[in-house]
Structure formats: structure tokens, C-alpha cells
Design a protein around this ligand. Structure first.
Ligand code: BG6
Length: 509
């Protein structure tokens, strides 16, 4: 296998945490298996927990066995990979920790005897972001402008002001080119494919505007509740946790103008343009443009599910939203008056991330009434997960002696089309950091622009606690106000076929 990357030492702060275990190490392991990692590679995991000899490696192996897309580890491969990994107990506030890291880095560089990447990955609570960045700076670890890179997990700030402050602090230490703000949705194959679908094909772009598109819907719903993250989630809520980042990024990919090149800044400029064009929702209009919900107890697949307020570390009178639906407008030539309806929630009926482009009806209906009983306007359905693919719904004549129209689908499905394994989002993103490609990462101005869009909703909801939470039962499609939000415009949320065979996941749409 060909090694494609420079020698790299990656230091993971939060090395004993869940993200490292579930996502980062399995992703690095797969990059190793696929031959992407230079044989001069080192992973230094810094955690606050003390670990006995071998304990850390055993836990990592369990994580890879459980979460890696390539299945269980094979001994001979794992034994090679695990030699790249070191664990170090350390307090992120302690200067000594950073001089130790510096020693490791220096040794690594000396042994590599060529250009190296030094990646610092902050898989920690956000309250440590500034401390770690400052300590890296004080230890002289941020100085190699080309090779030293800082990866920052979300949440990036809790509102516009804190995001701006964090950007200012980080940009005093690192250059923008050294910063990789992660939004793991951007690493998903199906999300990256939106760019290919839109800009590598000539046939959709002429239709991709207000003349042909009636509206766009983006649904990112999850069956899971807050699990053991109640402490974090209760200060976050659906708007901050999902909408400000993942959902806004999907909206940008759908609404952006064609990029002139695939240069990181060109793509990010075009996405930032969308965020700047989103119509401001005035505080007095929030009620008409946004709906919030919180799940109460309910049933999911025959099992009783707790309400949000009964979850661990959630106050019994919590006013945090676990569901949000919003209507946005993108005020530019292409999208003038085309609504973008977005919704995201936890403990919903389905786990599904899907974008639907609803086209306008034909300008003139020439078929007789009896032919069009089942008639629907065209829809393009981009399925992000769990099924991956794109479905084009159009009308066809139902076979028979009479002219009867019926909707049928043209389907592109990843599982049927590709036999090779599909990389996980974190594999793509980690490889991009190693290769120094920031296209799929959030630039400072993008993060701030996305916060700016949701600020009026955040502040209005904060100042006016909901009086009717919980307002949707676990296992349902969210609150009635979300139905009303779209029904007022004479439309409805598109419900995708429910497939019993896939255990309640949507059919391949
Ligand atoms: C994270 C959120 O960013 O995304 C979680 O903090 C959410 O609350 C998760 O569950 C969803 O990611 P995915 O890849 O499972 O859709």
C-alpha cells in the first residue's frame, strides 16, 4: 500500500474520553489499514484518568471492535497499530504537561528528519479550549505555521459573542490556516456528495432555483434521547447542538452558488454567502417562524421511553428544547421567497437525516381528473443517513388500459452501487487535517455567521420559557406547533416510507 501523508504526531486531549474511543481511534485505525498513514506516525492520548499498564490499549481495542466500519480487529494488524499509541495522564492546566509534549514532539521530529505534522486535537469540554491553546502557545508548540494544527470539536461557543471571543483568542495564537473547526456532518460521504451531485452534473443546476423549486425541507431526526449527556445537553438544546452547525451546513450546501474551484476558501466563501443571505428572523416574528419542543415520556418500538425531564442530569423543570423547527428564507436572486423548512429533534419516530427538494407543479395540467388522482409534484430526496442515496420521484403512466398517473422513483443507492467500504466522517476529516486540507472545516466567519442566524431565536426562547413543555411524546414526529408551522403555508412535512424490515428505519429513500 502506498503511504500518502507526511510523518505525523497527533496529540489528543481527552484521550481517555468517549470521542477518542468511539470515533477517533477507530477512524485512525481504518486510515492505517487503508495505508494512508505514514509509518512515522504517533498518537499521544492525554487523559485525566490514571490507567494501569495495558488497560488503555484494551479499552481502545474494544472500541475499535465495536465501532470500526471494518469490523473486529485482526491481531496481527492491531499489534502493529497499537505500537503507535501512547497514553499519558495529565492535567490540562499544568505547564509541565506541555513541556513533556514538547519533548515527545521534538524526539519525533528528530527521528523523522523531514517536514512533520503536529496535530493537537481538542476532544475535551469547551471550557478547556482556551487553556489548552494558550498552553500550547506558551510551550512554543504553535509556532510551526505549516505543520502545527489545532483541531477543535464542537460546540464552538454557546452564542455569537462567545464564539467571537473564542475565535479572537485562538487567532492570537494560531493562524486561520492552522485551525480546523470540526463539524462531523461535513465528513459524511452523502454530505460531500451534495457538492458532486450539484456541480458535477449539468442537468440539475438549471432547475435549482426559485423558478422550479417550491421549497426545501431538511430533517435531521434521531430516535435516541440525550443518553448520558444530560449535563451538557441541558445547557445546549437542539438549536445549539444540531441546528447552528449540522443543519446550517446542509442548508449551505443546498443553497450555495457554484464554486469557481475546489479551493478550501472558495467553497467556504460560497457557503458563507448563503449564511449572510439568510433573512433575519425578528424577535417578534420568532413565534411564526420557529417551533420548539421537548419530549415527554412515550413509547418506542414497544418499549417505554423516559421523558427528557426524567433523564440523568436534567433538572425536573428544564426548559431546554430537544426539538426545533424553523422556516428560513435565503434572500438572493436564486432563492427569493423559497422557504427552507428545517427540523431536528431527539426521541423522534425515526433516525433519519434527509433533504427534500420539492419542485413546483407543472405549469398546466393537461391530464383528465381521473388520471391524476395520485399525482404529485417532482421531489428530489437526498438521503444522508441511515440509508444513503438519492431518489428522484416523478410521474409515470400506470400500466393498464386507461391513462392513470402514479409517482415512481429513480433511485441511486450506495449499497447497491458501491461494493467498497464507505469511510466514516471522522476518517475523512482526520485525513484532511493530516493533509492540511481545510475545505470541510468551518472557518471563523462561517461559525459566527451561523450563530448570527440563530441568535434571535435563541434569545427569544431564553427570555420566554415555554409554558407547555413537554409537548411531544417520545417516539413521535415532534410537537403540533411544528406541523402548524408548515401547514400555515399549505405544505406538510414529507413523511418517508416506514420500512418494518429495517427495524423502523426509513426505506431506501
Ligand atoms: C452531535 C450532537 O454533534 O451529533 C449529538 O452533539 C447528535 O447530540 C450527533 O446525537 C448526531 O450525529 P450523527 O452522526 O449520529 O447523526
Amino acid at each position: 500500500m502506498e503511504t500518502k501523508t507526511n510523518p505525523t504526531i497527533i496529540t489528543i486531549f481527552g484521550g481517555s474520553g468517549d470521542l477518542t474511543w468511539r470515533k477517533l481511534i477507530p477512524a485512525l485505525y481504518n486510515l492505517f489499514l487503508d495505508g494512508w498513514l505514514n509509518e512515522k506516525f504517533s498518537i499521544v492520548c492525554i487523559g485525566r484518568s490514571e490507567m494501569k499498564d495495558g488497560e488503555f490499549e484494551t479499552k481502545l481495542k474494544e472500541g475499535v471492535d465495536q465501532f470500526s466500519r471494518s469490523g473486529k480487529t485482526k491481531k496481527e494488524q492491531w499489534d502493529v497499530f497499537v505500537k503507535y499509541i501512547f497514553y499519558k495522564t495529565g492535567d490540562f492546566n499544568n505547564k509541565g504537561l506541555y513541556s513533556d509534549i514538547k519533548k515527545e514532539v521534538n524526539l519525533f521530529e528528530k527521528a523523522a528528519a523531514c517536514k512533520t505534522n503536529k496535530i493537537y486535537y481538542m476532544a475535551v469540554y469547551p471550557q478547556f479550549f482556551e487553556t489548552i491553546a494558550q498552553q500550547l502557545c506558551d510551550a512554543g508548540l504553535a509556532e510551526d505555521r505549516e505543520g502545527a494544527r489545532l483541531v477543535i470539536e464542537k460546540p464552538f461557543g454557546t452564542d455569537l459573542q462567545t464564539a467571537q471571543e473564542l475565535n479572537q483568542t485562538l487567532l492570537k495564537i494560531f493562524t486561520e490556516e492552522q485551525l480546523y473547526r470540526i463539524d462531523h456532518y461535513l465528513g459524511k460521504e452523502t454530505v460531500q456528495n451534495i457538492l458532486a451531485f450539484r456541480f458535477a452534473n449539468a442537468m440539475y443546476e438549471p432547475l435549482w432555483n426559485r423558478n422550479y423549486i417550491d421549497h426545501v425541507q431538511i430533517t435531521v431526526s434521531e430516535k435516541i434521547g440525550v443518553e448520558d449527556r444530560g449535563g451538557y445537553y441541558d445547557h445546549s438544546g437542539a438549536l445549539r447542538d444540531m441546528v447552528q452547525n449540522h443543519v446550517m451546513q446542509l442548508l449551505c450546501l443546498i443553497a450555495m452558488e457554484p464554486p469557481v474551484s475546489f479551493d478550501a476558501d472558495e467553497i467556504r466563501n460560497k457557503k458563507a454567502d448563503v449564511l449572510h443571505a439568510i433573512r433575519e428572523i425578528k424577535r417578534e416574528d420568532v413565534h411564526d417562524f420557529a417551533s420548539r419542543g421537548q419530549y415527554g415520556e412515550g413509547w418506542q418500538e414497544g418499549e417505554k421511553a423516559k421523558g427528557y425531564r426524567e433523564e440523568k442530569d436534567v433538572p425536573e423543570n428544564s426548559n431546554t428544547e430537544t426539538f426545533a423547527a424553523i422556516k428560513f428564507f435565503v434572500d438572493n436572486w436564486r432563492w427569493s421567497n423559497v422557504p427552507f423548512y428545517i427540523r431536528s429533534g431527539k426521541r423522534m419516530q425515526q433516525s433519519i437525516s434527509v433533504i427534500t427538494i420539492q419542485f413546483k407543479p407543472v405549469p398546466h395540467q393537461s391530464f383528465p381528473d381521473e388520471a391524476i388522482e395520485n399525482w404529485q409534484s417532482n421531489k428530489l430526496i437526498i438521503n444522508i443517513q441511515p440509508d444513503m442515496g438519492i431518489r428522484m420521484r416523478f410521474q409515470a403512466k400506470k400500466p393498464g388500459l386507461k391513462m392513470q398517473l402514479t409517482p415512481v422513483d429513480m433511485l441511486f443507492n450506495y449499497n447497491d452501487t458501491y461494493t467498497s467500504g464507505i469511510p466514516e466522517g471522522y476518517e475523512t476529516l482526520l485525513l484532511d487535517v493530516i493533509e492540511g486540507d481545510a475545505t470541510l472545516f468551518m472557518r471563523a466567519d462561517q461559525v459566527e455567521a451561523a450563530w448570527k442566524v440563530i441568535m434571535p431565536i435563541l434569545s427569544t426562547w431564553k427570555d420566554n420559557p415555554s409554558v407547555n413543555f413537554p409537548n411531544y411524546a417520545a417516539g413521535t414526529n415532534g410537537p403540533e406547533t411544528a406541523e402548524a408551522l408548515i401547514a400555515r403555508d399549505g405544505k406538510n412535512w414529507i413523511v418517508l416510507p416506514f420500512d418494518k424490515k429495517t427495524n423502523g428505519q426509513s426505506k431506501n429513500v
